[in-house]
Write a protein that binds this ligand. Structure first.
Ligand SMILES: *Cc1c(COP(=O)(O)O)cnc(C)c1O
Length: 378
């Protein structure tokens, strides 16, 4: 069994993907081919955002957004403590100070209450200027934007939506990657919409920021790439990846998002009461980057993981430690707040195999073994 079966997806989309790749090879426009611009229009249309600017990966997408806002030394950037490293790494790389904020036990996303406490603390201290809230749509569920937007307005902060895991999610009718003043995503192969290598995108409704993003991603270009008006970077999505993503986006919109929700719903129905199943807020839709259950404690979690491994069922721990426990983050380059929920989650969480092409038989096997582990027999 595969944790996320990308080969199966390829087998099903093979004809179209092979054709798309072949076309790029024949045309020879490996950088900035038409497919890149076409994909950007398709992504903008799907998310309902005016501008989509693709780039080399989801980490660069975050960096580009921070560059546009000129975030650097002296600035405070609020980041959930329970996320992938890049969410905290990018503001630190720009010289700003990430302030790690605790998350909610049920949704795993940034806690609006802890966020506001952290903002007030930084404002009172008066040493750093609060500038940006980086929200993460963890495991595919959008963060609590109605509440976080209110807090951002009250304290005059920008929202950078890290939608690397959230592409496709919804709050009501509104798509993920449209909730930030700037939003980003990643096309790393295992993300909800993945390519066959690295890729990423930035989304914004602002014409001015879109123009800056297009410049920063190609060496701070002005009129062309040999006219350089600012210090930028080289962060393009290549044509091959764009061509592959066009095929995958179609499948994602037509059936994959629905299919992965069907698989997740079935897990929840079957495992409710056996373990703590993921909680999705009413009116929210997850794109299920991960299906993460909670166990009583770390012994229970590690025991179940080992048991499933022996049955050849792959699982993963996202994330084994909060950001503020990473060696890279010290008193010198970040601010840690009380994040006991993040710590607790890192001890109790376990992600199960999940993808749009998972068969009922495969899923039954996972469900059967988890129940068996807890009841001894069935
Ligand atoms: C994967 C991920 C990123 C980084 O994306 P890459 O394309 O791997 O650079 C950033 N933030 C979160 C929350 C992620 O899961």
């Amino acid at each position: 069994m595969q944790f996320r079966d990308l080969q199966k997806q390829y087998q099903l989309l093979k004809t179209e993907i092979d054709q798309a790749i072949q076309k790029v090879l024949m045309d020879g426009n490996f950088i900035s081919g038409n497919q890149v611009t076409e994909l950007e229009h398709q992504l903008a249309s799907y998310t309902g955002v005016k501008h989509c600017i693709t780039c080399a990966n989801g980490t660069d997408a975050l960096t580009l957004a921070l560059m546009v806002w000129n975030i650097g030394p002296g600035d405070a950037v609020f980041v959930p403590d329970f996320t992938f490293f890049a969410s905290g790494e990018t503001p630190a790389y720009e010289g700003a100070v990430p302030v790690f904020v605790d998350v909610e036990r049920d949704t795993f996303n940034m806690s609006p209450g802890s966020l506001e406490e952290a903002i007030v603390k930084i404002e009172k201290e008066g040493k750093l200027i609060p500038r940006v809230i980086i929200t993460v749509d963890l495991f595919g569920q959008p963060a609590d934007y109605p509440k976080i937007r209110e807090i951002a307005k009250k304290h005059h902060l920008l929202i950078l939506e890290d939608g690397a895991q959230g592409f496709g999610g919804l709050i009501g009718e509104q798509r993920a990657c449209s909730f930030g003043d700037i939003s980003t995503t990643s096309f790393f192969p295992a993300k909800p919409l993945g390519c066959y290598g690295d890729g990423g995108a930035v989304f914004t409704d602002s014409d001015e920021w879109a123009k800056l993003l297009r410049s920063y991603r190609i060496h701070g270009k002005g009129a062309d790439k040999y006219d350089n008006v600012r210090i930028g970077m080289n962060s393009r999505l290549d044509t091959l990846q764009a061509a592959i993503l066009q095929v995958k986006l179609k499948a994602f919109m037509e059936h994959e998002l629905e299919a992965v929700n069907r698989v997740a719903d079935r897990y929840s129905q079957e495992l409710e009461g056996v373990v703590t199943v993921p909680y999705i807020r009413s009116g929210f839709l997850s794109s299920w980057a991960q299906y993460s259950i909670l166990l009583e404690n770390s012994e229970n979690r590690d025991g179940l993981q080992k048991y499933l491994k022996d049955k050849e069922i792959p699982t993963n721990v996202y994330y084994p430690k909060p950001m503020s426990f990473q060696i890279a983050f010290t008193e010198a380059n970040c601010i840690k707040t009380d994040s006991f929920v993040s710590k607790e989650l890192s001890e109790r969480v376990l992600s199960l195999p999940l993808h749009p092409y998972m068969s009922v038989e495969e899923q039954d096997q996972v469900i059967y073994e988890i129940k068996k582990y807890f009841t001894g027999n069935l």
